[in-house]
Design a protein around this ligand. Structure first.
Ligand code: ATP
Ligand code: MG
Length: 406
């Protein structure tokens, strides 16, 4: 339970413009985010709760498939980057001059640090029975153009996971496990119906990489979705004038503007070769380690989810993402009663934001709308006289009076 009077961040009366999508305006109006520079954003108290809720869902699903959470560094040594030949290859790498003529990088991705890390702990085939690690960390990319606020930042939050295997077959098996975990993530985030598993360009080791592309009408990618089998293709791998489905061979497709909310990729031995990551099999022979990497754009997801769950007036967060599930408007001298009710509801899993400010009903109800909180409760002399409190579901738009038990 939280009293709104304790939060320094306030809502704005009107929706700021300045972005190419409407939800960014709502996020700004609600005071969830502020811009430090184009591509780097501050999350205020309520906005951070939204981000954390997304993180929690992702973390739970990664833990469920036995991956191990770690936290790697934001600063990197140049030596590791040179070792995998990417110091000059990655054009978005932020390079930092450091003391005594040294140079560091700010991490855009973590293969170069996770591979030698795991290398220290891998010796025999037994060490690779179940070897997967992940982190939730800020990434830095010197993008030429930051775009659409949270959708393309220069500093953004990512979940990145890396897995290590004894063979290409074992990698394939784990890859399917991760795919299923990703499906659960997007389902829990409320995006399942508009998220497409998409073939995209692969690397040396694999024909395709696989992207999770969400259609909310904004984003930078185009997905070509086969009308027959439903397989989605990133524009980059097809002939857009003469589409042929890479799964079923048919010719018809729908084209959608989408945003990439995650991807899974078989790296093969690209990084284990660069860092001499090997293991000994039962016969004592040295073999290469096969790797997979799996990303989810956490802060981008906040933008995508906001866009999906808004209309031309405001945001309405899904319950699992909302900063609080219930917005409790207290009128008159009923704060103690409201607190008791909030405590009672929280026993059942609700999270209650109490509007205890000394203002009129109109501005309180207005903020409930602007913040996009799914349930609104009114506790006033009037509702109490009518037998309890008023509960309104923003999504269903229905209002009922419920008895106070607290
Ligand atoms: P994109 O094609 O959008 O540039 P990417 O292919 O470089 O992304 P990865 O490096 O694998 O993606 O990053 C994993 C996830 O992180 C992406 O699927 C996306 O959701 C998110 N992401 C990537 N770049 C950004 C960015 N600049 N701002 C916000 N999120 C990003
Ligand atoms: Mg991509």
């Amino acid at each position: 339970m939280k009293l709104i009077s304790q939060i320094p961040f306030k809502t704005l009366k009107s929706t700021p413009s300045g972005s190419d999508n409407r939800s960014t305006g709502y996020l700004l109006q609600a005071g969830f985010i502020r811009q430090e520079l184009a591509g780097a954003y501050i999350f205020t108290t309520l906005g951070l709760r939204v981000l954390r809720n997304i993180e929690t869902i992702v973390r739970e699903e990664m833990n469920r498939i036995g991956s191990n959470e770690i936290l790697m560094t934001a600063l990197w040594s140049k030596e590791h980057w040179l070792q995998a030949w990417r110091w000059d290859e990655i054009d978005v790498l932020f390079k930092l001059p450091a003391a005594e003529g040294r140079e560091y990088a700010l991490n855009p991705t973590h293969e170069e640090i996770v591979t030698p890390l795991i290398g220290e702990f891998i010796r025999s085939y037994k060490d690779l029975e179940n070897c997967s690690v992940y982190q939730l960390q800020w990434k830095f990319r010197n993008e030429k153009r930051a775009k659409s606020w949270l959708l393309r930042g220069r500093e953004f939050l990512m979940k990145d996971m890396y897995s290590f295997h004894r063979s290409a077959e074992e990698l394939d098996t784990y890859f399917d496990v991760v795919h299923a975990a990703y499906d659960r993530v997007y389902e829990r985030l409320g995006l399942k119906d508009t998220t497409y598993y998409t073939f995209a360009s692969g690397g040396d080791f694999t024909k395709y990489s696989y992207e999770f592309q969400t259609d909310v009408g904004i984003g930078e990618d185009m997905a070509y979705i086969c009308t027959h089998c439903g397989q989605s293709h990133n524009e980059e791998i097809i002939d857009s004038k003469d589409f042929t489905c890479l799964e079923c061979g048919k010719k018809e497709c729908d084209v959608k503007k989408v945003s990439e909310v995650g991807n899974i990729f078989k790296l093969g031995t690209r990084f284990s070769d660069a860092f001499w990551l090997k293991y000994q099999d039962k016969e004592g022979k040295e073999n290469p380690v096969y790797m997979g990497c799996y990303g989810i754009g956490i802060s981008r997801l906040m933008g995508v989810i906001a866009e999906k769950f808004c209309d031309d007036k405001w945001l309405i967060w899904p319950e699992t993402i909302a900063p609080y599930t219930h917005y409790m408007i207290v009128m008159g001298d009923n704060l103690e009663r409201a607190r008791a009710l909030a405590e009672y509801l929280e026993k059942d899993g609700a999270q209650v934001l109490i509007d205890d400010r000394d203002t009129g009903f109109g501005s309180k109800a207005g903020d409930a709308d602007i913040l996009g909180i799914p349930y609104r409760i009114v506790v006033s002399d009037k509702t109490i006289a009518a037998g309890g409190y008023e509960l309104k579901s923003r999504l269903m738009n229905d209002v009922e009076i419920i008895e106070i038990h607290a």
